[in-house]
Design a binder for this molecule. Structure first.
Ligand code: PGA
Length: 244
């Protein structure tokens, strides 16, 4: 494992700057590929970027690769990350359905969905761009700690802290599924370009760990240091521990 540590950090003074930096960088990266394949995250952090993209009036075309998804939800469930992304980005951008590579949450044989996603990567190669958030426990996608750089797309059990964080979206503790699909760290790290979006004081400690610790499974995001092309776009609250 080679620690490259040549990530770029784009620091934003405020929310307006964060949105502009993230949308501009994403659009710039997209324009570098003829038929881009893109991993996009859910969560609160990327929402302003998605809004900016919707409002940019730009016609975007890419193939969307799902980063993670809950297991066992009905296709019309509001909790489905695929529906969330559809509403935020894919429908407004009119991304065709055959360019949305997603985990089918209601498949009674969920391992088939894992095989399907792994098969997609084997056939089509790595993603061009991965946009990621980071969990307070250091997860990227749903690669909960401990997850090392060799983990592949799989089904995982969410850790209590992630369940708690995700319950906050739904105001209803009992309904958040505990099992999820996630792309593995190995698939994420094969992406040609990675953008990590981080905002808020609550992410400051974990961002510092991710960028400074020797890469290790207990901070899965720390493996981003081994990638040659990572752009961290963060606000000053999220960067506060690094500057200390
Ligand atoms: P958040 O989630 O953007 O809602 O903080 C990030 C994550 O858990 O990956």
């Amino acid at each position: 494992m080679i620690r490259q540590n040549n990530y770029k950090i784009i620091s934003s003074k405020n929310a307006v700057e964060f949105v502009k930096s993230s949308a501009d960088r994403f659009l710039n990266f997209l324009s570098q590929f003829e038929t881009p394949t893109v991993i996009l995250p859910t969560g609160n952090t990327p929402l302003p970027m998605y809004k900016a993209l919707r409002e940019s009036g730009k016609k975007l075309n890419f193939t969307y690769l799902q980063l993670d998804e809950y297991l066992g939800l009905e296709p019309d469930s509001q909790r489905l990350f695929s529906n969330w992304l559809a509403q935020e980005v894919l429908d407004p951008m009119e991304i065709p359905y055959d360019q949305r590579i997603i985990f089918r949450s209601d498949n009674l044989f969920p391992q088939d969905e894992v095989d399907k996603m792994q098969g997609w990567f084997e056939e089509n190669g790595p993603a061009d761009i991965a946009v990621l958030g980071i969990g307070s426990n250091g997860h990227i996608g749903f690669n909960e700690p401990p997850s090392d750089e060799n983990t592949r797309t799989r089904i995982v059990e969410l850790r209590p802290e992630t369940l708690k964080a995700n319950n906050a979206y739904w105001q209803d503790e009992k309904k958040t599924p505990e099992q999820v699909f996630t792309l593995g760290i190995s698939e994420i790290l094969k992406s040609k370009k990675i953008i990590l979006l981080v905002t808020g004081k609550s992410k400051a400690k974990i961002l510092k760990k991710a960028l400074t610790e020797e890469p290790n499974p207990n901070t899965p995001a720390s493996y981003l240091q081994t990638h040659p092309d990572v752009t961290v776009i963060a606000d000053k609250e999220a960067l506060s521990e690094l500057k200390a």
